[in-house]
Design a protein around this ligand. Structure first.
Ligand SMILES: CC(C)(COP(=O)(O)OP(=O)(O)OC[C@H]1O[C@@H](n2cnc3c(N)ncnc32)[C@H](O)[C@@H]1OP(=O)(O)O)[C@@H](O)C(=O)NCCC(=O)NCCS
Length: 209
């Protein structure tokens, strides 16, 4: 990161707060002008070790360029602001290969001092609105198994656990399981054609779930 990235926590708290810290959170599309605040935010949250990306690799100029050229058919980036300050960020990126082009992968992060105020839920709700408008059938997310707030958030937002990838993530020098979440949004255009899911009873026979 460059010199402008040297004091993320200080820069986050130094800006004016026109609506006050008690103002209700509001979501809006992220713009290139938000790049600095987003990189700061992710750098601060990154030390918690729950994000799937390494925030130290993020650069303000690259993030600004990415946001300036975001194609809404393939991605959505939202911020949540409280009193005019960016306190959270969420992004959904559509699958690039044909078999997964009806899906998008979601990630969300909210500043520690702004949690449990509905920011995460607002951001996930906004991504669902975008995904429906973009014609997607499904949103997906992967969450570290020890990340109880995120597990609770995705459950609360209606996502279902679809699987567990054992030892998928190497975080803080140890392996962690990744919980895979999915949210079905709308039927696949030609019908989803999914086979019924089965579980096995204690007699070993398959049963419809
Ligand atoms: C996960 C995270 C985004 C939640 O953001 P948030 O703004 O605090 O979430 P919300 O206030 O919208 O919470 C919505 C619901 O999620 C659940 N929830 C969120 N945090 C929770 C917690 N710490 N404990 C229990 N439930 C929690 C609750 O059901 C909550 O509803 P309620 O407050 O009415 O009970 C935030 O903790 C965060 O940024 N963590 C670090 C980054 C991260 O882990 N991102 C996820 C990886 S994709």
């Amino acid at each position: 990161m460059g010199a402008e990235d040297s004091a993320p926590a200080a820069r986050l708290s130094a800006s004016p707060s026109p609506g006050g810290v008690d103002a209700p959170p509001q979501i809006r599309p992220a713009t290139a002008a938000d790049a600095c605040a987003i990189v700061d935010l992710l750098a601060t949250i990154g030390v918690e070790g729950t994000l799937g990306v390494d925030p130290s690799t993020l650069r303000v100029d690259e993030e600004a360029a990415r946001l300036a050229h975001l194609d809404l058919r393939t991605a959505c980036a939202l911020v949540v602001a409280i009193g005019g300050l960016v306190r959270g960020f969420a992004v959904a990126v559509r699958g690039t290969e044909p078999p997964i082009a009806h899906t998008a992968t979601v990630s969300v992060a909210v500043a520690a001092d702004s949690r449990r105020r509905g920011c995460g839920r607002l951001l996930l709700g906004g991504l669902s609105v975008w995904a429906r408008a973009a014609g997607l059938s499904k949103l997906c997310a992967g969450v570290v198994d020890r990340n109880d707030p995120a597990l609770a958030l995705f459950h609360r937002a209606g996502y279902a656990v679809e699987g567990i990838r054992r030892g998928q993530l190497a975080l803080g020098g140890r392996l962690a399981d990744e919980i895979m979440f999915g949210l079905r949004l709308q039927p696949f255009p030609d019908g989803d054609g999914l086979r019924p899911r089965h579980t096995r009873g204690t007699d070993g026979r398959r049963r419809n779930a």
